[in-house]
Ligand binder design. Sequence first.
Ligand code: ISL
Ligand code: CA
Length: 564
Amino acid sequence: MADFWKKSVVYQIYPKSFKDSNNDGIGDLRGIIEKLDYLQELGVDIIWLNPVYASPQADNGYDISDYFSIYPPFGTLDDMKQLLQESHRRGIKVMMDLVVNHTSDEHIWFKESRKSRDNPYRDFYIWRDARGYDDNRKPIPPNNWGSFFSGSAWEWDENTEQFYLHLFSKNQPDLNWENDLVRRKIYDMMNWWMQMGVDGWRIDTCNLYSKQTAFLDFPSRDGEKYVISPMYARGPRIHEFLREMNREVFSRYDCVTVGEAPFTTAEEAIIYTAPGERKLNMIFTFEHMEIDSAPGSMNGKWDIAKLNLPRLKKVFEKWQKTLYKKGWNSLYWNNHDQPRIVSRWGDDGQYRVKSAKMLACILHLMQGTPFIYQGEEIGMTNCRYNLEDYNDIEIHNAYREIVQEQKTMTHDEFMEAVHKKGRDNARTPFQWDDSENAGFSSARPWLKVNPRYKEINAEKDRKSPDSIYYWYQKLIRLRKEMEIITEGDFNLLFPDDEDIFAYMRTFEDERLIVVGNFSGKTREIELDGQLDVYEILLKNYDERLSISNRITVKPWEVFALYRG
Ligand code: ISL
Ligand code: CA
């Protein structure tokens, strides 16, 4: 069915942490198969699997060493085929993660590439001479480009005496997309998976492939040695490449595509997602996820600012309005790179359930395709571990750079930031029940279980009709039943209010008003219009809600009013 993804809800699975079927402490494909009924009952249409390919796991699978096989602890190709079959049998589609900006340094292409300057695979990656040598005869990188995971984006190779480019860790060398053969091999690989029955792709860093091939320095601020620049996403050939990928792969199947696109504005999103562009169905924006970072800080994402709600609302308004009838939005609060939303912008203490519902409702009643990240549907929270209990390469690299080398944060300040923003907050094992290791595994899990599992788990939620789980189930169902959710336009109400996020959707004669309180305060608001003709579609407080023009909004309350 054309555009099926417009009425779909996607559920993101982090395979390593979802369900361990053979009790080795690592989640796996069979574990996912075991839990498909759970997902079917929730009502999701599509699952997206984080990378399951063979990988040394320097970056948890975003470093792929073989695109045609499965990481053995996750299972085999047969397990994958069975997962596809079992999902399809339940009406669930499966998206894979496509990581082709870079490979692992253990991929055969790179192993060949680094052997010699005239190896046939040399040009599969990006090799450059040193700019010169410093006083200690150490080679100086070709330019000041920075890696997303700290330090220079260039790594020196002793053997062939050149640098290779890696926008992420040094174990993730960037592929050379200027090379036609590289692109051909990527499309062949994608078609191979599509033939197997994969229904679509989440495309990792889809806008970074095309490099500024002059490799000039980026403008830098005082004291800034290596620069991570939006120029990474402005490569001259990026739109050509994505259109080619569409022609060579997507256009041949009825599939769904979402590109992860850091640095992208809403206007640019049209160029990626407008149907006439023949590139992607939608992208993941980062703009709303950057609201609580202090701009221009030396410590990147680790300098955390308080949520500025008017700014957050403005960002959503902009994306909703700009893409309306032109492109398409994805909607997300969470993924494997972001902290848990209920801890981030909700209240993960007294009001955990109420605020989780409020956040869900505000997001799911906008236009776009919502993505639920595993555990979000039961209100899983951030964790607070010691440094050595974290696995994430981003955390450890940043610690070395910021605390040990730069010394721009103390140990305690950095750990506080990790508790708030670290990626491992999202990656702790799924909390299935209150038994040991939260029912994830009977062995010690690869990453510690969040100690709150006795209070927060799926079994508990599924026993209570009033739970976050059933709230999500309802939101998913409403999206299918109500045209206004997928098609209506969007108008922000009270844009300057610092606590209330409210908007109105309009579709023909229908109206939908959504009001959410992003604070623990009780607030009064004034709504215009004839409110007595509205019915209550959703509310997260039991007490009667009397609809009038003056409404009292309780702490973390949310309600949706509908007029047919
Ligand atoms: O936020 C960013 C830029 O604003 C960066 O976080 C970057 O876009 C993002 O980290 C890219 O993430 C994806 O690719 C990485 C991997 O570690 C992440 O898990 C994945 O989601 C490298 O493949
Ligand atoms: Ca396992």
